[in-house]
Design a protein around this ligand. Structure first.
Ligand SMILES: Cc1cc2nc3c(=O)[nH]c(=O)nc-3n(C[C@H](O)[C@H](O)[C@H](O)COP(=O)(O)OP(=O)(O)OC[C@H]3O[C@@H](n4cnc5c(N)ncnc54)[C@H](O)[C@@H]3O)c2cc1C
Length: 371
């Protein structure tokens, strides 16, 4: 006899949705995570009264109504609107590329003037068949925007020259011909007041959770602990990497507490020149309009990934896509294990997409449809 209906591996947002819905229909669940905390990568930790986004800045945004309705059961969202700025040398620009950006860059005042300038810059490059990311970006945006806002940032992100990156990374560049610095086009956006950890804690409710617990160790000790297993860890690791290792890009974060109220005046500031090694500085208090006496800032450095490092961004190139397909094929013959979440599916999911995918899992596994 198994002790639990479900063993849920990972205590992130994907698991939290499943655990919440499973408990509602009377299933017994054990949730484990090898980390010492819940909430996975959306974990926020209070430092100096400020909710620090420990695994990178997280802004909730969605156009999926059922997801928005769902998360609002567990947290009140503030009206934060993501409006990052970019610093290139001694110049400061608004993002995403919009009329404020163009006005600062070229002194233009109207959309027609901005469009004429963009068209002129694109034509000057004379690129009709871009062979790499540099040519692609130049053909879409022209020299000024490429040099100042795309080149250095992209090269830091990927650890490679834009000339050595495939054109396919940038399919199109959205230019917003309005004076509007709202980064996302989604219908809803905000930050859960009090932090993501509290929201996830409410989702887990009374679920039994064991932290600092590695799946492999638990299952070796108690192989029949649950009837079914929802596995939100890396799929290749589950199979001992026997077909190969899936690749990721990683990140390194350096945080410091500063004895000042307001360091940079914005939650997210991108650094777009290559000579500065970090891509962004996050000032966490601004996500919740904090006025604490101190502030916490985090520098974000892109990093190569090797097994053992934190896997952040899957690299969905040809090799990894094929390899993931082979693991997914293996997974089909698992009797009681279902792979889920960003690591189980080897897929970059924004939070809303991770939640929506978890709804689908709830439906297939528990027969419960979430409206
Ligand atoms: C830098 C960065 C910034 C992001 N910013 C945004 C944003 O602004 N907005 C947005 O919507 N989304 C953002 N995302 C995406 C967001 O982080 C994901 O959608 C979300 O974290 C996915 O949750 P998950 O539960 O699938 O996975 P995770 O949160 O990764 O949870 C998986 C958990 O499983 C545990 N685990 C794995 N293997 C084992 C094992 N063998 N035994 C025990 N435990 C195990 C891990 O420790 C982890 O806690 C960002 C992602 C990154 C990388």
């Amino acid at each position: 006899m198994s002790q639990y209906d479900y063993l849920i591996v990972g205590a992130g947002i994907s698991s939290a949705v499943f655990a919440h819905e499973a408990a509602k229909v009377g299933k017994t669940c054990l949730v484990i995570d090898r980390r010492p905390h819940i909430a996975g990568n959306i974990y926020t930790k209070e430092v100096e009264g400020i909710n620090v986004h420990v695994y990178g800045a997280h802004i909730f945004h969605t156009s999926i109504r059922r997801v928005w309705d769902y998360v609002n059961q567990f947290a009140e969202f503030n009206n934060y609107v993501n409006s990052p700025v970019a610093i290139y040398k001694d110049e400061l620009y608004n993002l995403p590329f919009n009329m404020n950006t163009f006005s600062k860059m070229w002194g233009v005042k109207t959309p027609a003037e901005a469009q004429a300038k963009i068209d002129e810059q694109r034509a000057a490059e004379g690129i009709t068949d871009p062979k790499n990311l540099e040519e692609q970006a130049l053909s879409l945006a022209g020299r000024d925007i490429f040099e100042k806002l795309i080149k250095g940032y992209t090269e830091k992100q990927w650890g490679r020259d834009c000339k050595d990156l495939p054109a396919s990374i940038i399919k199109r560049l959205p230019f917003r011909m309005r004076f509007d610095n709202n980064y996302f086009n989604d219908r809803w956006q905000g930050i859960p007041m009090g932090g993501y950890t509290k929201m996830v804690e409410r989702m887990f409710g009374d679920s039994e959770i064991r932290l600092n617990t590695e799946y492999r160790d638990l299952i070796a000790a108690e192989p029949d602990i649950a009837d079914r297993i929802i596995y939100c860890g890396p799929i290749d690791e589950f199979y001992d990497f026997k077909l190969g290792t899936l690749g990721y890009r990683s990140l390194r974060f350096e945080s410091e507490i500063l004895d000042e109220v307001n360091h940079q005046g914005n939650a997210v500031v991108n650094y777009t020149e290559r000579e500065i090694p970090w891509t962004r500085i996050i000032e966490h208090k601004h996500f919740e309009y904090g006025d604490q006496p101190k502030t916490v800032v985090t520098r974000e450095y892109p990093a190569d990934w090797k097994p053992g490092d934190e896997p952040y961004y899957p690299i969905n190139d040809e090799r990894n896509t094929k390899l993931y397909g082979e693991y997914a094929e293996l997974a089909k013959s698992e009797g009681k294990v279902v792979f889920a979440g960003r690591l189980g599916g080897y897929k970059y999911y924004d939070m809303d997409k991770a939640i929506d995918a978890a709804f689908d899992l709830v439906e297939s596994e528990l027969g419960v449809h979430i409206e």
